[in-house]
Design a protein around this ligand. Structure first.
Ligand code: PRP
Length: 210
């Protein structure tokens, strides 16, 4: 059985759909229930729904053999896993944004609110810019409005949240999308099985079939 950690939520549903079309279906997962574990013995797969930001933890520690995590999580937490494939789902970007009225003064310490502390610190360290990091857990867009921060480093997908809060993108930090990841020893012991699955998924993504 290949244990697969999927990110719960909208992205996870698209990811499961891709796995199913690649030949790893598990119809019971579509039943409306609160169950978190589903398996298809015949296909040799067992799926778990976990919080998107926890997928890499399950995979790194071997509770799951493979999983799907956002590049944002991989960059932020640097889990010790193999990154096998860009699934080209959940495509968005990490960006610096601020209120439209914001004018930067490079001589001043920049106050940055974010959920992605390491990505933000790394980004500004490369520019040699002194920053004051304010670590938040969500609704980041509100921080510069209430003057908690000057700017935010956050995920922008459609740009709707920024627009509705009168914020705009100042700089792009890094493109983000969902990645197939594998536990290192699981990969070593199940190379064939994991490679076969990776190839089937790659065929789907190459066809633009995602
Ligand atoms: C994410 C992100 C932005 C929003 C971007 O938030 O942090 O707030 O989505 O999407 P958009 O560009 O399409 O508007 P999420 O829904 O994960 O909520 P949270 O960060 O507030 O927890």
């Amino acid at each position: 059985m290949l244990n697969v950690a999927l990110p719960k939520g909208r992205l996870g549903e698209k990811v499961y759909d891709l796995f199913a079309r690649a030949g790893y279906e598990c119809p019971s997962i579509l039943e409306n229930s609160r169950k978190l574990i589903f398996e298809n013995e015949e296909k040799g797969v067992r799926y778990f729904w976990v919080k998107p930001s926890d997928v890499a933890i399950y995979v790194e520690r071997g509770a799951a053999d493979i999983g799907v995590a956002g590049k944002d999580i991989l960059l932020e937490y640097q889990p010790d896993v193999y990154e096998l494939l860009d699934l080209k789902l959940g495509v968005c970007r990490m960006a610096v944004a601020a209120p439209k009225t914001f004018r930067d003064d490079p001589r001043k310490v920049l106050k940055v609110a974010t959920k992605f502390k390491n990505i933000a610190m790394d980004y500004y360290a490369k520019q040699g810019r002194d920053i004051d990091i304010i670590h938040l857990n969500g609704s980041i867009e509100i921080a510069p409005i209430l003057k908690l921060s000057d700017v935010i480093v956050d995920i922008v997908e459609t740009g709707k949240t920024l627009k509705e809060n009168d914020l705009e993108v100042l700089e792009n930090v890094v493109p983000i999308s969902a990645r197939l990841i594998a536990n290192k020893s699981a990969y070593k012991f199940n190379t064939e099985q994991i490679e076969a699955l990776t190839e089937s998924l790659a065929k789907m993504t190459e066809r633009g079939n995602v």
